[in-house]
Design a protein around this ligand. Structure first.
Ligand SMILES: [Mg+2]
Length: 409
């Protein structure tokens, strides 16, 4: 029987391990420039902001220029001193973006979990794709071949059971190479490297680690956690987990946005609100804003909060847990109105009102209370849908609830 989690395809990986690729284009800008100008490959060449400017800097260089020890970010002046015949080419950023799209489209043919790390680097989680395309190494080799043949750019690919090691794998050997960092070889390949080579160890953190006798990635992996946290706090422990291959961070699909913990909106009024109908209109307007954002993010909320500022700028906060998850403007508004009625004396002037929602979930449908009036909820949802779609066609101002207010947002 086929069991996806116990694939024998990837030697040195445990059953249940993720298989993550990091694909990194080699000398990306220089390679893209060479697609239309193959002659650039025959001479030392560098891409720079503006070759007319002697103060410009080197953005990328080809393999032949690397032999002259030309560095990214060094000045053109200094590069020309190292290699007087260096061919300088202006950067074409639109081209780099367009080629980046085509390369990622190839990656996306192998998994929907492709996270763009930069214009020339992407992480791919291929754990679930191996029954279609083979082992991690095989997919990596195929990507290298396809990007080389179809785009004309070479890539280096790291294959590992976590993102940190996959990224270090793509750096390990280049150009046009696949490096597998498995549970069998990571101590041998990565632990002897200087501490500054670990992902997210910047210059200043590397200096602190070296001051404490931690010179290699292996030293960090084997350091006593207590002493690490004494001089680097939580970050020290986090980096140690990375060095041990315990980086559990997921590969996030393109366009992924972290889910917010709360959504709120407030309005400071240009005159103090006293009239209940004005207060009602204010709460309606603000709740509408919150509901629209909630639905746009496809989220549901289980708690409604209000904040009221009086004329002496004293702030009152109140909140209510709902019986159900909702994204309905009307339910948010009704809850906010009730909270205000229960907690604010009639006639007391209001300077600022805020409505917020929290207790957010991506899945409201499964958590609806058994006692919900489904017909009423359905009507409210259809009203919200209609408002959202009219606004998306005709703009935000096309639908307004209740009375208009003069306000400063
Ligand atoms: Mg690169």
């Amino acid at each position: 029987m086929w069991r996806p989690e116990s694939s024998p395809l990837d030697p040195g990986f445990l059953p249940g391990d993720r298989v993550i690729l990091h694909a990194d284009c080699n000398s990306y800008f220089a390679s893209v420039e060479s697609i239309d100008h193959p002659e650039y490959k025959l001479v030392p060449m560098a891409v720079c902001g503006d070759p007319e400017l002697r103060h410009g800097i080197i953005l990328a260089k080809n393999e032949l220029a690397k032999a002259y020890h030309i560095q990214t970010a060094e000045t053109i002046y200094s590069a020309k001193k190292k290699c007087p015949d260096l061919l300088l080419v202006s950067a074409h950023h639109e081209k780099y973006v367009a080629v980046c799209e085509r390369i990622n489209a190839i990656y996306e043919g192998y998994t929907d979990l492709v996270e763009r790390f930069s214009i020339d680097e992407s992480f791919l989680d291929v754990t679930g794709s191996r029954h279609l395309f083979g082992a991690g190494r095989q997919i990596a080799d195929e990507l290298r071949r396809r990007v080389r043949e179809e785009i004309g750019v070479t890539i280096s690919v790291g294959v590992s059971f976590n993102k940190t090691f996959a990224k270090m794998g793509s750096d390990y050997k280049k150009p046009d190479a696949t490096t597998v960092i498995s549970r069998d070889n990571y101590r041998e390949l990565l632990w002897p490297l200087p501490i500054g080579e670990l992902l997210f160890v910047g210059k200043s953190v590397a200096a602190v680690l070296r001051d404490h006798g931690i010179l290699t990635i292996g030293d960090l992996a084997e350091a006593a956690p207590r002493s690490l946290s004494a001089f680097l706090g939580k970050m020290g422990l986090h980096l140690q987990r990375s060095a041990r291959g315990e980086d559990l961070s997921p590969v996030l699909p393109t366009g992924y946005e972290e889910q917010p913990k709360s959504i709120s909106h407030n309005v400071t009024f240009d005159h103090d609100l006293v009239d209940p109908s004005e207060i009602m209109a204010g709460l309606t307007l603000i709740s509408d804003h919150v509901g629209t954002r909630l639905r746009r993010k496809k989220l549901f909320a289980s708690v409604v909060q209000i904040q009221i500022k009086d004329t002496s700028l004293k702030v009152t906060n109140r909140q209510k847990k709902l019986d159900e998850y909702t994204c309905s403007t009307r339910l948010i508004r009704d809850t906010a109105v009730n909270l205000l009625r229960e907690n604010w004396p009639v006639g007391k002037p209001i300077r600022m009102l805020s409505v917020g929602v929290t207790g957010l979930s991506l899945d409201g449908a499964q958590q609806l209370s058994m006692f919900t009036d489904t017909a009423a909820a359905d009507r409210a949802r259809r009203l919200d849908d209609a408002v959202d779609s009219i606004r998306s066609k005709f703009g935000k101002e096309a639908v307004r609830f209740g009375r208009n207010l003069n306000r400063n947002e």
